[in-house]
Structure formats: structure tokens, C-alpha cells
Design a binder for this molecule. Structure first.
Ligand SMILES: CC(C)(COP(=O)(O)OP(=O)(O)OC[C@H]1O[C@@H](n2cnc3c(N)ncnc32)[C@H](O)[C@@H]1OP(=O)(O)O)[C@@H](O)C(=O)NCCC(=O)NCCS
Length: 197
């Protein structure tokens, strides 16, 4: 199957987001910096500094935060002004260990929600939605998955997921905004942002 992600873009409040094809194995950052430099109207020729957890940071003068994610043949990039931002892109595939992983690593209420689903295909889809949402928030926070996937709890609100509870280190659950969308068949993208702490 050709899994190259076709290009696209969207703007949501303080966020700019774009996606497109990605050549696996090549560093993503030069492609991301070129996109951000055009948006910020400033040169970003040097590699971005990374903190002790590996999170890239834009220069303070840029007044913006960035996140990106690559999966399959796709790259997702997000830039937020006056907010912290995280994003995740997942190439959808069968997840035979979804329930086992959720029971081991997710919040107990999320694992119970997945366990109650009678249909494995539906469970796989909800698992990936939860995974993407968690990873997006944890990347915005900066500690990544090592922070603990169980330390933030999502629940369905209408057709979307909302963060209903989280460790105080992540800020207030109600301050997080999430936007999930499918940039192409077999892909799921999630953007998460919140006011600067
Ligand atoms: C960050 C993390 C969630 C990325 O997950 P992934 O599914 O492998 O990768 P994605 O494609 O979604 O994202 C990769 C991008 O996340 C960013 N990233 C890396 N570490 C990050 C962090 N701690 N917080 C936020 N973003 C991070 C980088 O921009 C990276 O892009 P690059 O590959 O071009 O460097 C995962 O690697 C993680 O949790 N790492 C733990 C960090 C840690 O504890 N490090 C210990 C010290 S080295």
C-alpha cells in the first residue's frame, strides 16, 4: 500500500498545522524548520535546542511553540503562538495488543471503557484515538510517554475526546484543547494545546 500522506494544512485559533509526505529514516527537523521559518518570517537555519527529555524548543524571541510527529509515510507539524502545543500522528493498523496495553498503561477508567467494547475493530479505533490524545498532551508538556499514560484520563464528550482529569503537573484538565482529525485514510492526527503555564 502507498502510505505517503498527501499535503494539507489547517489553522485553529492560535495554531497552525500542516502535514505531508515524509521519507522514513530521514531527519524530520529540516523540513519542519523550513515550514516554521516561512510562518514566522524569520530564519531558522540552526538545529533547535532540545531539553533533557528531547523536547525541541523554538528561540524565545519567536514567541511560539512547536511540535511534530512522523508515522508511516507522513509528517505532521504544529506551531502555536502563546500556547504550548503537542501533536501526534498515527498510521492506523490492527492493534492485537490494544486491550493488554491499555490495561497495563492507561488510566483504569479508559481500560474499563475499552474492555467493555464488544467489537475488536471499534476497540482498536478508540485505542488509537486515546493513544494519540495522550501522546499529544504529553509531548506538549515535554516529558513524553515516560511521564505516565495513566496520569491523564480522557472520556468521550459528544464525538470527541476530552481530558477529564490529569496530574496537576499537566495543568488544569479543562484548559486543554484537543483536535483530532484524519488527514488521509489510515491516518489519525491529534493536536493538543493549552495556555502557557
Ligand atoms: C517524545 C515521544 C512521545 C515521541 O514519540 P514517537 O511516537 O516515537 O515519535 P513522534 O514521531 O510522535 O515524535 C517525534 C518527535 O517528538 C519530539 N520529541 C522528542 N522528545 C520529546 C519530548 N520529551 N517532548 C515533546 N516532544 C518530544 C521530537 O521533535 C521528535 O522529532 P524527531 O524525531 O525529528 O527528533 C517519545 O519518544 C517519548 O516519550 N520519549 C521519552 C522522552 C524521554 O523520557 N527521554 C529520556 C531522556 S533521553
Amino acid at each position: 500500500m502507498n502510505d505517503a500522506l498527501p499535503p494539507g494544512a489547517l489553522q485553529l485559533g492560535p495554531l497552525h498545522c500542516a502535514w505531508g509526505p515524509y521519507a522514513r529514516g530521514r531527519p524530520a527537523e529540516p523540513q519542519v524548520r523550513a515550514w516554521m521559518a516561512a510562518l514566522l518570517a524569520r530564519a531558522l537555519d540552526e538545529p533547535l535546542p532540545r531539553d533533557a527529555y528531547g523536547r525541541p524548543r523554538l528561540p524565545a524571541e519567536a514567541g511560539a511553540d512547536a511540535s511534530w510527529s512522523h508515522s508511516g509515510g507522513g509528517l505532521l507539524m504544529a506551531l502555536g503562538r502563546g500556547v504550548r502545543v503537542g501533536c501526534d500522528l498515527e498510521w492506523q493498523r490492527p492493534r492485537p495488543r490494544a486491550l493488554e496495553l491499555a490495561q497495563r498503561f492507561f488510566h483504569p477508567n479508559e481500560a474499563a471503557w475499552l474492555a467493555a467494547m464488544p467489537d475488536a475493530a471499534l476497540r482498536d479505533r478508540v485505542f488509537v484515538r486515546l493513544w494519540c490524545a495522550k501522546e499529544a498532551v504529553l509531548k506538549a508538556h515535554g516529558r513524553g510517554l515516560a511521564f505516565g499514560l495513566h496520569r491523564l484520563e480522557f472520556a468521550e464528550r459528544g464525538d470527541a475526546l476530552a481530558l477529564v482529569d490529569c496530574d496537576p503537573a499537566l495543568g488544569r484538565a479543562q484548559d486543554w484543547r484537543l483536535h483530532a482529525f484524519a488527514p488521509a485514510p489510515y491516518y489519525l492526527a491529534t493536536l493538543a494545546w493549552s495556555p502557557l503555564p
